[in-house]
Design a protein around this ligand. Structure first.
Ligand code: NIG
Ligand code: FE
Length: 404
């Protein structure tokens, strides 16, 4: 992948989706010094401004770079066998209870060294970059020991150094109960709070802390302890909540000022109200819903009515969402959950960035960081309407063009 050094770039006649909405008229866009220097309707564009610019051509659709705010792309092994078992009728929860599921990936991840994990994750990340991602969040959660969680986070950081993409790391120590703590989940939560979070914070390896609040994972009370520990270390929090049942994890997370509550198929009105009050983003994960053949829909209309921002992400992982293509999620969010294409696209730009606490990203406006994509399309809705790799014309990260 080549990355040219930053310079002044000019696109003419582009249809701009600014992260929340599409403009009605074609625009001229200049990027300079890593930021969007000007966004001007074509009819007002002074051609003298083209002097010294590299001509990036005419037409197409410009969007912010895609923000995939929820992934688990660092892992060892694979789980095609479980995919087959689920098709024969064994449920995701049953597989987890039998010691498979997340724990099978934990075994493979513990066995792998950093170089092996890095080599396995790189093509997954490259697929996302080729699909227009400029920011990708990566969670730990398949190590479940201090050393193995830190190992995963280190790999995530290295991925960000190897490619022109912003990697945001999240410590998900409370993803599953490791076998050595089978009979004492509170002791494992102690480990997360007293050792894992402090170590990740001390080494600067985690940008946030996440939990899996679910019957097959951690209780509301245990998640609350973890949130307190994260707060004590100045780390923002997130939650996998209301995916398989309604435990109230989203409301708890919101009360602790969480950046996001993710999955939320079983979210109720009290949870929605708490999220609205706290400004917590609802992260919609259609890939997991699709892969697990779930039937409980997230409460999209109620979230919309409440004005809770909805992000859309891949949840890319070896079990519940082995789908490494952000733009596919735009399509699934519309077909499965009836988001509008505009909402889906906002979910993977402006609201995806908000779910990471990076509000300055995910928007195209003058002065904003120049992370953007230009697509061979006539309208932004086509990005959600069709699933077609190869439509990315330009990808710009921090003001520099990279050709995927
Ligand atoms: O976001 N819900 C829990 N964790 C992941 C699944 C991880 C796995 O199955 O390996 C999720 O869906
Ligand atoms: Fe997840």
């Amino acid at each position: 992948m080549t990355q040219t050094s930053p310079q002044r770039l000019l696109w003419r006649d582009v249809t701009v989706f600014d992260g929340l909405d599409s403009g009605a008229e074609p625009m001229a866009v200049i990027v300079e010094d890593g930021v969007i220097a000007s966004l001007t309707p074509m009819r007002d564009f002074d051609e003298r401004r083209a002097d010294g610019c590299r001509d990036m051509g005419r037409g197409g659709v410009m969007t912010p770079g895609l923000v995939d705010c929820h992934t688990h792309i660092v892992f060892g092994g694979g789980r095609a066998d479980e995919f087959e078992a689920r098709l024969e009728g064994v449920s995701y929860e049953e597989i987890a209870r039998r010691g498979g599921g997340i724990l099978s990936t934990v075994n493979a991840t513990r066995e792998a060294d950093e170089a092996t994990l890095f080599a396995a994750a790189l093509p997954r990340l490259d697929a996302m970059i080729a699909d227009g991602a400029t920011t990708v969040e990566i969670k730990s959660g398949y190590g479940l020991s201090v050393a193995d969680e830190l190992k995963m986070l280190r790999v995530a950081r290295r991925l960000g150094e190897a490619r022109p993409v912003r990697i945001v790391t999240t410590l998900l120590g409370a993803h599953a109960l490791p076998p050595e703590y089978r009979d004492d989940s509170d002791a494992y939560v102690d480990l997360v709070c007293e050792e894992m979070i402090p170590a990740a914070a001390a080494e600067g390896l985690a940008d946030a802390v996440d939990v899996f609040c679910e019957k097959i994972a951690f209780s509301v009370a245990q998640c609350e302890r973890i949130f307190r520990a994260a707060e004590a270390h100045g780390l923002p929090i997130k939650a996998h909540a209301e995916q398989l049942s309604n435990l109230g994890g989203s409301a708890l997370a919101a009360r602790h000022g969480a950046l996001s509550a993710d999955h939320i198929e079983y979210l109720d009105q009290a949870g929605i109200d708490a999220m609205r009050e706290a400004g917590t983003v609802a992260v919609i994960l259609p890939g997991a819903f699709h892969t697990l053949r779930e039937t409980q829909q997230p409460p999209i209309e109620a979230l919309r009515r409440a004005g809770v921002p909805m992000a859309v992400a891949t949840d890319a992982n070896p079990g519940s969402s082995p789908l490494f293509m952000p733009s596919l999620m735009l399509n699934l969010a519309c077909t499965l959950f009836r988001l509008t294409p505009r909402e889906a696209l906002a979910g993977m730009t402006a609201h995806g960035a908000a779910a990471l606490g990076l509000g300055e990203l995910g928007r195209l406006r003058e002065g904003a960081p120049a992370d953007l994509c230009v697509w061979n399309l006539d309208s932004p809705a086509e990005l959600a309407y069709a699933v077609q790799p190869g439509r990315l014309r330009h990808r710009v990260f921090q003001g520099a063009v990279s050709h995927a």
